[in-house]
Design a protein around this ligand. Structure first.
Ligand code: BES
Ligand code: ZN
Ligand code: ZN
Length: 500
C-alpha cells in the first residue's frame, strides 16, 4: 500500500472516495468539510440537521456525489468530542475509515489531514497518525488460510492538502508513521504465528533478516555459548524442550562517538509456555504461543530504529526458548545459578520468564548497557490488576519510568506504574538459595518484576509487563484480534526522545 501527499483543493480532487471529518456537536462544518458541503449544496449540513451524521468518534457516513464533485463519494468521518481529540483519535478513526472503504470493495482513498486544520494539530503529527492508523487498522493475519476469501485491499491512500508549505511536514510524518506501523505489524505477525512455526530458531532467523535488511549487527548465541557464559537460569528453562534455545543480540550504533551510552532493550522470548512440569491448564494454553511478544517487540523496534537513525546506541537482547515438560525438564525444587552467580530455587516452573530474563539482564549489565528496559508477558496477575488496557511499569529509576510512560502516551499505548517497595522482597526469600522464582499470589506482578530487578543491581532499570496488552481477543479501532504489536511504537518513540 502506498501513502502519498498531494497538494490540491479537496473540491477538485478526482478519487473514488474523499474522506472529510466532523467533530461531535458541530452543526455547520468548516474548513475542508465545509468546502465539500458547499459543493454538495449543503448535503452534509442537512444530514447533520436530520440527525443522521452526528460526528461520533469512528462514525462513517457515505455520500454519493453524482457529479457534484470530481470525487465519486464523500465519507464523513466522526472525530468525536473536540476536547477529547488527540493523535490517537486520528489513528483510531483513520483505521475505521480504511476498514469501511475496504469493505466496500474500493482500492483507493483520499483523505484530508485530520486535526491539522481547525483543531491545530501539527501537520507531521497528523500525517504520522494517519499512516499508523491505516497500516495498523488494515492489518490482518491470513497467511495460513488457503481457501480464497478475497476481502479486498487498499492500494493507495492520498493525503490532500491545499497549503503547499505543509507538504514536506506531511511527507516526513507519513514516512515515520509507516516505519513504526510496519514494525508493529511485523511484531503482530510473529506473535500470531503458531509455536510450531515461530520457534527460537525461526526467531533468530527473522532477527538476522532484520539485521541484514537494515544494517544492524547481529549475534546469536546457542546452547553451548550460553553454557560457557554460565547462563544456568535460561538453560534450566530450555532443558525440557527439544527446540534449541537462542540468545539473540542486535546492535544499533547511532552514536559511535559515545560508546559508553548504550540503551539495552530486553524481550522475553518464550516461543511456547506450557508451564513446564508446573503445567498450565488446557484452557487457553494456545495463547501461550504469544509468550515471545517481548522478544518480538524489541527486535521489531530495532528494525524501525535502524531506519529512523536516531543518535543513540541501542542494543536489543532476546532470550528465546520453549518452556516444555519433557523428560529433561527442570523440576520444582531445583536450584539454578544465573550468569552473575546468584542462585534461584525453582518453586514453580511456570514462572520461567524471570529466569530467562535474569540471565539476559545479567548479560546486558556485563556488556555495560544502561539503562536496561525489559519487556515481558510476565504475569497473569498483571492481567487481573490492569486488564487489557494498560501495560504495567515498574523499575528502580523514576526518570526512566517517567520517560517510558510519556513515550507510551505519545504512541497511544497506555502504561501504569506499580510500586516496588522493599517489603515485597520478603515474599521471594529462599532458605536454600539466594531467592525463589516466585513470591506467592499477592502482588504477583510486583514480585515478578523485583526478581528480575535483582539482576539489574544498581543499573537504571525498568520493566514492562505486557501480559495483558500484547494480545487481544477483540477487534477495536486500529487493533485486530491476536498480537497487538505493543509496545513497539512506545519503544521507538522513547529512543527518538532519548536521542533528541
Ligand atoms: N507467560 C505467563 C504469564 C501470562 C499469563 C502471560 C497470561 C499472558 C497471559 C508466565 O510465564 C506465567 O506463567 N506466570 C505465572 C507466574 C506464577 C507461577 C508466579 C502466572 O502468572 O501465573
Ligand atoms: Zn509461565
Ligand atoms: Zn511465560
Amino acid at each position: 500500500m502506498e501513502i502519498k501527499v498531494v497538494v490540491a483543493d479537496v473540491t477538485l480532487v478526482e478519487t473514488p472516495v474523499l474522506v472529510v471529518n466532523l467533530f461531535e456537536g458541530v452543526t455547520a462544518p468548516g474548513g475542508a468539510t465545509g468546502a465539500v458541503d458547499k459543493a454538495l449544496d449543503g448535503a452534509i449540513s442537512r444530514l447533520i440537521e436530520q440527525g443522521e451524521i452526528k460526528g461520533k468518534k469512528g462514525e462513517t457516513n457515505l455520500i454519493h456525489t453524482f457529479g457534484k464533485l470530481p470525487a465519486e463519494r464523500v465519507l464523513v468521518l466522526g472525530l468525536g468530542k473536540s476536547e477529547k481529540f488527540d493523535q490517537d483519535s486520528v489513528r483510531q478513526v483513520m483505521a475505521q475509515a480504511c476498514k469501511f472503504v475496504r469493505s466496500h470493495g474500493l482500492r483507493r482513498l483520499t483523505t484530508i489531514a485530520h486535526g491539522a486544520g481547525i483543531a491545530g494539530m501539527d501537520a507531521g503529527a497528523s500525517a504520522q497518525a494517519i499512516a499508523e492508523g491505516a497500516i495498523l487498522g488494515l492489518y490482518r493475519f491470513d497467511r495460513h488460510v488457503s481457501k480464497s476469501n478475497d476481502k479486498g485491499q487498499i492500494d493507495l491512500i492520498e493525503i490532500v492538502e491545499r497549503d503547499a508549505s505543509k507538504a514536506a511536514a506531511l511527507e516526513s510524518g507519513v514516512e515515520q508513521g509507516r516505519i513504526v506501523a510496519e514494525a508493529a505489524c511485523m511484531a503482530r505477525d510473529w506473535v500470531n504465528e503458531p509455536a510450531n512455526v515461530m520457534t527460537p530458531t525461526r526467531l533468530a532467523e527473522e532477527a538476522k533478516q532484520v539485521a541484514a535488511e537494515h544494517g544492524l549487527e547481529v549475534e546469536v548465541l546457542g546452547r553451548e555459548e550460553m553454557q560457557e557464559l554460565g547462563m544456568g537460569a535460561l538453560l534450566g528453562v530450555a532443558q525440557g524442550s527439544n527446540e534449541p534455545p537462542k540468545l539473540i543480540i542486535l546492535r544499533y550504533k547511532g552514536n559511535p562517538d559515545n560508546p559508553k551510552q548504550d540503551l539495552g532493550l530486553i524481550g522475553k522470548g518464550i516461543t511456547f509456555d506450557s508451564g513446564g512440569l508446573s503445567l498450565k491448564p488446557a484452557d487457553r494454553m494456545d495463547e501461550m504461543k504469544g509468550d515471545m511478544a517481548g522478544a518480538a517487540s524489541v527486535i521489531c523496534a530495532m528494525a524501525a530504529i535502524a531506519q529512523l537513525k536516531p543518535r543513540l546506541n541501542v542494543t536489543a537482547i532476546a532470550p528465546c526458548t520453549e518452556n516444555m515438560p519433557g523428560g529433561h525438564a527442570q523440576r520444582p525444587g531445583d536450584i539454578v545459578k544465573a550468569m552473575d552467580g546468584q542462585t534461584i530455587e525453582i518453586a514453580n516452573t511456570d514462572a520461567e520468564g524471570r529466569l530467562v530474563l535474569a540471565d539476559a539482564v545479567a548479560y546486558a549489565r556485563k556488556q555495560g548497557l544502561s539503562p536496561i528496559i525489559d519487556i515481558a508477558t510476565l504475569t497473569g496477575a498483571c492481567v487481573i490488576a490492569l486488564g487489557n488496557i494498560c501495560t504495567g511499569v515498574m523499575g528502580n529509576n523514576q526518570e526512566v519510568i517517567d520517560r517510558i510512560i510519556a513515550a507510551g502516551k505519545r504512541a497511544g499505548e497506555k502504561m501504569w506504574q506499580l510500586p516496588t517497595f522493599e517489603e515485597y522482597k520478603e515474599q521471594y526469600k529462599s532458605t536454600v538459595a539466594d531467592m525463589k522464582n516466585v513470591g506467592g499470589r499477592p502482588a504477583g506482578t510486583i514480585t515478578g518484576a523485583l526478581i528480575i530487578g535483582e539482576f539489574a543491581g544498581d543499573t537504571p532499570w525498568a520493566h514492562l509487563d505486557i501480559a495483558g496488552t500484547s494480545f487481544t481477543d477483540k477487534e477495536s479501532g486500529y487493533q485486530s484480534k491476536g498480537g497487538t504489536g505493543v509496545p513497539v511504537r512506545t519503544l521507538v518513540s522513547l529512543v527518538l526522545d532519548m536521542a533528541a
